[in-house]
Design a protein around this ligand. Sequence first.
Ligand code: SAM
Length: 218
Amino acid sequence: MEYARQRAQLVSSLKNYGISEKILDAIRKVPRHLFVPEVHRGSSYVDTPLSIGYAQTISAPHMVAIMCNLLELEKGLKVLEIGTGSGYNAAVMAEIIGTEGKIYSVERLEPLIRFARANLEEAGYNNIEVIFADGTQGYPEKAPYDRICVTASAPCIPQALVDQLKTGGLMVIPEGDIYQHLYLLKKDDDGSIIKKDCGGVLFVPLIGEDGFAFQSNP
Ligand code: SAM
């Protein structure tokens, strides 16, 4: 009951970001506390990123909402997410695309794969497939995708992701190292890419073959 009240307050605060009612509704439904490690549960409905271990974070709710808004998610879409983390962003997207849609979510850290799968099962989402792979290569097995959501910052936009986006499809991706910007990409009918700068952001790095190099001691 306490969580429900806190979640309602969080959703009210997100109205300031011009988020559509459909997305606010999804955030209202997803129990974020089930995606947060127990030690941080008390802060589940504070609009902030939280540590999920392994130097990674569950994104702040306003950032999840902004990315979903930019993606113009609709029922029945096939979505590729790069960076599953806790599984929360995938759960919010799953609420919007419904059981007619499908999410493929790629994560490079095995312990987070286990964490996300357990969280998604407990929260009752079964139209999300979590895949252990290097997301800089996308997930060609199920391409092309209506939407691609990248939740870690790339040094430059991986070509595999552009190739795996459907004509008319949309992708959101943070790009940059110390100074990062969030970009919205649209693949036009002739295959050309329209890229829009949506402002400064702060994400963990996208690490992989076409991402940043892994540094054990940054
Ligand atoms: N979407 C997540 C959530 O809702 O909790 C937050 C993701 S966190 C900000 C970014 C995630 O991207 C981390 O879990 C990190 O391990 C993952 N990541 C970084 N590089 C990756 C890659 N090449 N392929 C797949 N996942 C990657």
